[in-house]
Ligand binder design. Sequence first.
Ligand SMILES: O=C(O)[C@H]1O[C@H](OP(=O)(O)OP(=O)(O)OC[C@H]2O[C@@H](n3ccc(=O)[nH]c3=O)[C@H](O)[C@@H]2O)[C@H](O)[C@@H](O)[C@H]1O
Length: 444
Amino acid sequence: MGSKSSVAIPPQLVKLLEADDNQKVRSHSYYVFNRSTMRHMSLLKTLCLFLFLLITAGYFAIKPLPSFGSHHDLQCSSAAWEKAVRKSAQRKEGGRLVVLLTGAAGFVGSHVSLALKDRGDGVVGLDNFNHYYPVALKRARAAKMKKAGIFTVEGDLNDQKVIARLFSTVTFTHVLHLAAQAGVRYAVHNPLAYVHSNVGGFVTLLEQCKNTVPQPAFVYASSSSVYGLNSKVPFSEDDRTDHPASLYAATKKADEVLAHTYNHIYGLSITALRFFTVYGPWGRPDMAYFSFTKNIIEGRPIKIFQGPNHEELARDFTFIDDIVKGCVSSLDTATPSTGSRGKKRGKAQFRIFNLGNTQPVPVGRFVSILEKHLKKKAIREIVPMPSTGDVMFTHANITKAQRALGYNPQTDLETGLKHFVKWYQTYYAKGSGHEDTLKGYMPF
Ligand SMILES: O=C(O)[C@H]1O[C@H](OP(=O)(O)OP(=O)(O)OC[C@H]2O[C@@H](n3ccc(=O)[nH]c3=O)[C@H](O)[C@@H]2O)[C@H](O)[C@@H](O)[C@H]1O
C-alpha cells in the first residue's frame, strides 16, 4: 500500500499493523479472516486499513453531533470560569430562584433564560453548541444573553466533570433542563445522538441532582410527540403514551419514566413539560415554519406532507411567549425535593403538563398565513408524509396546566407567525451580517 497510496496511514495504525500479535488487530481481523490464509503482510495491511476506515466511518456516522469546539475563552474550572458562573447565578432584587438552564443557547432556552434574568433570578446556562442546525444562530442567542448578564457554559450534558463542577460552584434551587437532541425526522438518521443527549445526558444530570445537597427541583422538556399514535383528542396527560411514532418520541418517553424513578427512589421534585410544536422569533431552522419561510422568500418549493388517505396534517402550534410563561410558572410552583444523600425523606412532587395552544391548525392553513405575512405565494408540493416519525395531528388538553400553573396561551397562529416573520426579515436582512449564516442548510 504504503508509498503509492494517497491515504497517509496514521502512526497508531502502523504500530498496530506491525505488532500483529496486538489484541486490537486480532479482535477485528480474526472475526473475518482465517489468519493462516493471510501469509502476505501487504494483504493484511490492506485489509486492516480497510477495516480501520470502515470502523472510523461507522464511528462518525453514529457518534453524537460534534459541538462547535472550544469557542469559549474561559476554560472549565479556571478561576475566571468560576467567577463568571457565580456572577451569572447571583440573584438581583426580586429574584428568588437560582436556575441551571440547560440548552440555554437553544430556542426555548434562550427565551426562558432572559425572562428569568429579567425578573431578578440567577441563571447559569449550559449548552454544547452542536451542529444540528447552523451554530451561528446559537452563538447569536448566547451573545444576547451575555449582554443581559447570563453566562453560558460550553459543555456537554454527558461530561460529568463539567456538571459536577457547576454544582460545586453554585447552589442551584432549580434545574430547567431543556437541552436535547431535537427533531422528529432526524432521529432515523442519527439515532445515537438522541440516546446520547436525551437518555445518557438526562441520566447524568439526574444523578448529579440526586447527589447534590440540597437537591434542586427539576423541571424539564418532554414533548407532545410522546402521544405518538394516540387518537383520542384532545391529548390529556392521562392518555396512553406507549406508542411512540419516532425514536425522538421514544427518548422523551424514556425521560418521563426515568424521571419517575428518581422521584420515587430519591425524592427529586420533578415536572415534565410536554411542549406542542413551539414556534416564534429566534426559532429553530429545522422546523417547518422556519424552513418554509426561508424557501418561500427564496422562491423554492416547500413540501407539504399528506396522510395516507390524502388527509392534511395538523399541529397545535404554540407561541414561544406562552411557553416561556408555562416554564417560569412551573419553576415557581415546583416544591422542593425531599431527598438527601441518596435517600428520600418523604414524597416529592411529580407533575406532567401539556403546554399547547389547544387550537390545532392544518399545515395548509399555516402555509397560507405565512404567505400572507410574507406577501408572497409558496410553491407548494404536496407529498406523502415520510415514514420517519411524523404523526397526523396533535391537540393539547391544557386543563391541568391551567389549574396548577395558571397557564393560559394568548397567541393565535396568525399573530405568532406575524412576530416570527418580522423577526426573520429583520434578522436575516441584507447587510445584517446574518444573511449568509443559513446558506446551504437543509433540514431533515
Ligand atoms: O411538539 C413536539 O414535541 C415536536 O414539535 C416539533 O415537531 P413537529 O410538530 O413535527 O414540527 P415541524 O417539524 O415544524 O413540523 C410541523 C408540521 O409541518 C409538517 N411538515 C414538516 C416539514 C416539511 O417539510 N413538510 C411538512 O409538511 C410536519 O409533518 C408537521 O405536521 C419539533 O420539531 C420537535 O422537536 C418536537 O418538539
